[in-house]
Design a protein around this ligand. Structure first.
Ligand SMILES: [Fe+2]
Ligand SMILES: [Fe+2]
Length: 266
């Protein structure tokens, strides 16, 4: 594969429907970018919605059956499938951030960070879909909900709003809930699934940290105070309150302090 610039390469991933191809392309682009073989950042016209496979069937979030908390095989498959769907969205969210917000004077380090995140998300999706395969299942075998891209649409106008809602609300929420999921897998004696979730958990602390770093940097450039700006952007672009309890330890490891998010909890 050859690309004329990073933004166009990112757009190419967004326009790829097949998850396996999305993963392979993400990893190839990351390698090319990291070895300096991709040239400039350039610019692109990312689609409003990324291309997706025919399966899973996407349902409105409210029409999804409630995920039960049991540790039986079917519940674990359902959990792994839901997480694979989140990671597939995360691949597209990282490339959308790159393709959409060019020409805004960000340094190369901004793009370096999100290329690394995109490659991580591709690896996370691949780990989860391989694990579904171990169970005789596959990504696409169950329905999935269609709410995840809404956050991207609501924040397509402004990188500061995107950073507030995607890494600093949605990915931070992942830090809150993943330790409980790891414990459930361990209780089920499913060491491999627990191990995969452990890898994802550690990487996601880095994603929230990158979000926080660039959020603060962008606020400084605009002469805004980060904490009240975060709160007003989340109130404006994220429906509902944030869900406690928070994993304040993991959030703090990513540089996200309680003074940012506690006021937004129900
Ligand atoms: Fe991930
Ligand atoms: Fe992530």
């Amino acid at each position: 594969m050859t690309w004329s610039c990073l933004a166009e390469a990112a757009q190419g991933v967004l326009c790829t429907a097949d998850p396996r191809a999305k993963v392979a392309e993400s990893q190839a682009i990351a390698r090319a970018w990291q070895s300096g073989g991709l040239g400039a950042i350039g610019s692109a016209h990312p689609p409003v919605r990324p291309s997706r496979p025919a399966r899973p069937r996407l349902r409105p979030a409210k029409a999804m059956p409630r995920r039960r908390k049991g540790i039986g095989r079917a519940n674990r498959i359902a959990l792994l499938h839901a997480l694979a769907h989140i990671e597939l969205n995360a691949i597209d969210l990282a490339w959308d951030l790159i393709a959409r917000f060019t020409g805004q004077g960000f340094p190369q380090a901004f793009y370096d960070d999100w290329v690394r995140v995109a490659a991580d998300e591709a690896r996370h999706f691949a780990l989860l879909s391989a694990r579904l395969g171990d169970f005789g299942s596959a990504y696409g075998a169950l329905p999935a909900h269609d709410g995840l891209w809404e956050a991207a649409c609501r924040t397509a106008h402004d990188p500061l709003a995107r950073l507030a809602v995607v890494p600093l609300v949605l990915e931070a929420r992942g830090l809150d809930v993943t330790p409980g999921m790891i414990a459930r897998m361990q209780r089920a004696g499913d060491a491999r699934s627990a191990e995969i979730l452990g890898v994802i958990y550690r990487d996601e602390i880095g994603h929230v940290a990158a979000g926080q770093r660039w959020f603060v940097e962008l606020c400084a450039r605009r002469g805004l105070a980060p904490q009240p700006t975060y709160q007003s952007l989340v109130r404006a672009h994220f429906p509902g309150a944030l869900k406690a309890p928070f994993n304040s330890e993991a959030r703090a490891a990513a540089g996200l302090m309680p003074s940012y998010y506690e006021a937004l909890a129900r």
